[in-house]
Design a protein around this ligand. Structure first.
Ligand SMILES: Nc1nc2c(c(=O)[nH]1)N[C@H]1C(S)=C(S)[C@@H](COP(=O)(O)OP(=O)(O)OC[C@H]3O[C@@H](n4cnc5c(=O)[nH]c(N)nc54)[C@H](O)[C@@H]3O)O[C@H]1N2
Ligand SMILES: Nc1nc2c(c(=O)[nH]1)N[C@H]1C(S)=C(S)[C@@H](COP(=O)(O)OP(=O)(O)OC[C@H]3O[C@@H](n4cnc5c(=O)[nH]c(N)nc54)[C@H](O)[C@@H]3O)O[C@H]1N2
Ligand code: SF4
Ligand SMILES: [Mo]
Length: 891
């Protein structure tokens, strides 16, 4: 295996988080860490990074990493084992299960966070050599409606445009995308275009997000009605000068049917507005802007994809761009923003159960072509089960063996409690992970394999604009950590398929993948990177970011497709698709509210990495539910209280945030908290497993739910230098702090109970303050080097003392004055800044920004000049502008 790398000055690689795919320059510090900066030469970000990318250096520690294989023995205990033992066990059990039950009893559940090479290896092993197409990926929950919509419309899964189109558009429509938080660097590019050329921004989202707050026009449509809105737009466009009869005539089919169907449901702005729950003037203004503006880009993400009608939503959007011929030309086009760093690469290698490698499907010709290319003995000939159906089959005991790689399904799949039960019933459950502990690792895997993590991984990823970039290692692999492809190869060899998996490194896999993309292609498949089929090791090492397709003989990538037609349907024409009629998503009965779920600015998914960075945890430290004031008031709920959210499938207890940006009757909760970092914050348990009939993507945005106050007479916090187990029955949420951890806690445990717990679990030498009648209990202890070691603060609900003043004491030596003051919750002299962190880069909290605004800072630039807030990555600029607007607004 690789020798530890000599520490080079700096290595160019790609950010492991979102699908923007920013280039990163990492300079190892020689102590296992690295300085991380934006790469000015990378075309995706031109040097910019968002708050998450900028904090990557804080997430490289090894404390939480899985460093050695673990195998469950006959005694039921998961114990350290050699790689040989682990791989022998997997191969032996797979062979046995296939012998007894056939290949369909084996499944893989993969991830858009794997490198293309790892992903390719898993698909080849499963679909070509084990003979099972039960290979699906978390991209099913993420991009599959876009994939299905693209295939229906274009005949191929092609994103036709480039990020440059965002710089050169005059109108950007964002629908179902909280771009300011989820694709922040693209949002920076949009802001730059607004400044440079006056680009208008329309945001379509049921709730007013930070992205919506920035819009020229914000359309708070009713959940699930996007296809109606875009059908109304199609009707409007058809009778406007924007209609491009020449393009429609030359390059498309099905326009007349699509128009007739759109007229039936959305004949005019008024009907459309009513159906979508919007104001007529707003819909008219949207239609007029779209009609007038040639250079229009429509970006969409999970508000479109994660829907029971997601594929129809995608096609309704594509229809409008096809009708105006605004596709594949500078500054225009439909643009699916991918979520994960390699969502696109996974689609290239056929990570989804209904795809084969290199954008091929399961037609007999394609199956045969892949079989011949691979020399595959057991080629899967039919589509496999999509994620939700796959886990249902596991639950029913039909699938006996599952290999999970790079995803945390016990948190992120809908009806997640059922997923946990299903995992625990498997005969063979293999989990390839970077971390030792998460909710999926708690579901009794038989084998855990330590996978190389970002900074160690070596391969390629493809971003939202089809741009392939290298992820290069800049740290030595710790312990016995190995790349995922290497583990897959090891199992293939043990099953007798060594020749087909004889790769020495990722370059071998990439060349094979590139060759397959060109194999019998002749321009019939969009995905063709055969120019890379003969790459030397050095050339692979040095690949500079490039957009596919790049067929053999080509010298440059392709920035746009379809301006002159050339679709990948049999007749080379795009298809207008008629969306099925829909009504807005609705709730009622025991579950009268609609629960919408999504992301927050500074956390990534289940927080296995962003959860390690103190500054990322300080923006929003606890799991919450946003509630409209009119829904909160009758329940007596106010911001900061706890509420139980329940659905037919599960429950969660979350902090209430009363938010007039919510629509009445809807809730929003973030997806990031799990049992690993909270007692009751895992919202996947509530989400219904309703899926889109075409794509199989679950609707994670509109689950019928109920809201009720959660009685917690006492609340407070615990600070400690090390992880601790909190008492049973207490509500808690943990955040990483500089030098330790903080837990927000609430529940029925009063002062005396906490005093007992501190006696039993706390350090020996604790200073205490207790006032039982008022419900107050405080305890603190210091360690030998004079730092705060442990603190518990409990009080009656509603009188919470923030930990902001004290948390700094975990990381620095405490002065005698502070020691005396600690139980008062204050710090000597310091006007310790309080409140949530707005600027993660410079650590500027909300209160400090509000003070600057009060003192006259009138715009974001003035705030930046005083406090530096917002002047590095800019992710917090929308929030700063919102604070300024709120401060200016009459009370
Ligand atoms: N900070 C951060 N960034 C991320 C991630 C992360 O975990 N954290 N994850 C990455 C991944 S994998 C993904 S997939 C992307 C997701 O990126 P986004 O899709 O932007 O994020 P979400 O918050 O899931 O949902 C977007 C919005 O859809 C809205 N929505 C809900 N229902 C509807 C509807 O019916 N119509 C419309 N028009 N809108 C609706 C929601 O209110 C929400 O504001 O983010 C990527 N970037
Ligand atoms: N309710 C609701 N549910 C959702 C969503 C939603 O909006 N609402 N969004 C959905 C979407 S779009 C997505 S993308 C998913 C994300 O959900 P998940 O994929 O479950 O979330 P992650 O926390 O990113 O999990 C990745 C895991 O893989 C590990 N890992 C990272 N890199 C590697 C690697 O290279 N190899 C291996 N072996 N392991 C690795 C990490 O340690 C982590 O445990 O959630 C989906 N679920
Ligand atoms: S926008 Fe942020 S999270 Fe996304 S790739 Fe760039 S730096 Fe990483
Ligand atoms: Mo995603």
């Amino acid at each position: 295996m690789n020798a530890p790398l000599a520490s080079p000055p700096s290595v160019k690689t790609t950010c492991p988080y979102c699908g923007v795919g920013c280039g990163v320059k990492a300079t190892p510090d020689g102590r296992g860490g690295a300085l991380v900066e934006g790469d000015h030469d990378h075309p995706a970000n031109l040097g910019r990074l968002c708050s998450k990318g900028a904090a990557l250096g804080e997430t490289l520690g090894l404390e939480t990493r899985l460093l050695h294989p673990l195998v469950r023995g006959a005694d039921g205990v998961l114990a350290r084992a050699s790689w040989d033992t682990a791989l022998d066990r997997i191969a032996g059990d797979l062979r046995d299960i296939i012998d007894r039950h056939g290949p369909q009893a084996v499944a893989f559940y993969l991830s858009g966070q794997l490198l293309t090479e790892d992903y390719y290896a898993a698909n080849k092993l499963a679909k070509g050599f084990l003979g099972t197409a039960n290979v699906d990926t978390n991209s099913r929950l993420c991009m599959s409606s876009s994939v299905a919509g693209h295939k229906r419309g274009f005949g191929s899964d092609t994103v036709p445009g480039s990020y440059e189109d965002l710089d050169r558009a005059d109108l950007i429509v964002l629908t179902g995308s909280n771009t300011a938080w989820c694709h922040p660097v693209l949002f920076r590019r949009m802001e730059a275009a607004r400044k440079a050329r006056g680009t208008k921004l329309v945001v379509i989202d049921p709730r007013r997000t930070d992205t919506g707050a920035e819009a020229d026009l914000f359309l708070p449509l009713a959940h699930g009605t996007d296809a109606l809105l875009f059908s109304g737009l199609l009707v409007h466009l058809a009778q406007s000068p924007a209609f491009d009869a020449t393009y429609v005539e030359a390059h498309t089919t099905g326009f007349a049917e699509a128009l007739a169907a759109a007229r039936a449901v959305a004949p005019d702005a008024e009907t459309t507005a009513r159906a979508c729950g919007l104001a007529v003037e707003d819909v008219e203004r949207f239609f007029a802007l779209f009609t007038e503006t040639q250079r229009t880009v429509t970006c969409y993400s999970q508000g479109v994809n994660q829907s029971a009608v997601g594929t129809d939503k995608v096609n309704a959007i594509l229809n409008c761009h096809l009708a105006t011929g605004r596709i594949g030309r500078e500054g225009m086009g439909p643009f699916s923003l991918t979520g994960q760093p390699n969502a696109m690469g996974g689609r290239e290698v056929g990570g989804l159960a209904n795809q084969l490698a290199a954008h091929m499907g399961f037609s007999p010709t394609e199956v045969d072509r892949v079989r011949r290319f691979w020399g595959a003995p057991h080629m899967a000939e039919h589509e496999g089960l999509k994620a939700v159906d796959m886990f249902a089959a596991i639950g029913r005991g039909e699938i006996k063996a599952l290999w999970v790689m790079g995803t945390n399904p016990a948190v992120s799949l809908p009806e997640a409690d059922g997923v946990r039960t299903a995992l625990e019933g498997l005969e063979l459950f293999v989990l390839s992970e970077n971390v030792q502990a998460n909710d999926t690792a708690a579901c009794r895997p038989h084998v855990m394999l330590p996978a190389a993590a970002w900074g160690e991984k070596d391969g390629t990823v493809t971003n939202s604009e089809r741009r392939i970039s290298r992820q290069r290692p800049f740290l030595p692999r710790p312990g016995e950590v190995r790349p995922d492809w290497w583990a897959l190869k090891g199992v293939a060899q043990r099953l007798g398929f060594g020749d087909a998996f004889a790769w020495q490194g990722p370059a071998d896999i990439f060349r094979e993948h590139a060759a397959l993309s060109g194999f019998e292609n002749d321009g019939t498949r969009d995905f063709d990177i055969s120019a890379f089929a003969g790459l030397t090791e050095t050339a692979y090492e040095d690949i500079t970011p490039v957009q596919w397709p790049l067929p053999a003989g080509g010298a440059e990538g392709t920035s746009r497709l379809f301006a002159d037609g050339g679709y990948f349907t049999p007749d080379r024409r795009a298809r207008f698709v008629v969306p099925k009629p829909v009504a807005a998503a609705s709730a009622g009965g025991d579950f009268p509210l609609l629960l919408n779920t999504g992301r927050i600015r500074d956390q990534w998914h289940t927080m296995t990495r962003t959860g390690l960075a103190p500054r990322l945890g300080a923006h929003i430290p606890a799991p919450f539910v946003a509630v409209h004031p009119d829904d909160a008031a009758p329940l007596g709920l106010a911001t900061g209280m706890l509420a139980e959210v329940s659905s037919a499938h599960g429950r969660a207890v979350l902090e209430v945030v009363v938010d007039s940006g919510q629509q009445r009757g809807t809730l929003f909760a973030p997806i990031h908290w799990s049992h690993a970092n909270s007692s009751d914050g895992r919202v996947g348990a509530l989400v219904h497993a309703v899926t889109d009939p075409v794509s199989g993507q679950p609707d994670a945005k509109a689950t019928p739910a109920a809201l009720a106050p959660y009685a917690a007479p006492f609340e407070g916090f615990v600070l400690a230098r090390r992880p601790m187990a909190l008492p049973e029955g207490v509500w808690w949420a943990r955040a990483a702090l500089e030098g330790g951890y903080g837990w927000r806690i609430a529940g029925r445990m009063g002062p005396q109970d906490w005093a007992q717990w501190v006696t039993a679990e706390g350090p020996a030498d604790v200073a205490e303050l207790s006032d039982t009648p008022s419900g107050l209990y405080r305890a603190a202890a210091f360690d030998a080097d004079g730092r705060l070691d442990f603190a518990v603060f409990i009080g009656a609900a509603g009188q919470r003392v923030a930990w902001d003043a004290l948390k700094g004491l975990l990381a620095s030596e405490v002065s005698a004055a502070d020691r005396r003051l600690v139980l008062s919750g204050r710090r000597a002299g310091a006007n310790a800044a309080c409140g949530p962190l707005v600027c993660a880069c410079f650590g500027v909290p909300k209160d400090t920004i509000l003070a600057a605004i009060r003192e006259g800072a009138a715009d974001a630039a003035a705030v930046g000049a005083r406090l530096k807030a917002g002047t590095n990555c800019g992710s917090c600029l929308p929030e700063i502008r919102k604070l300024i607007l709120e401060a200016k607004a009459p009370a």
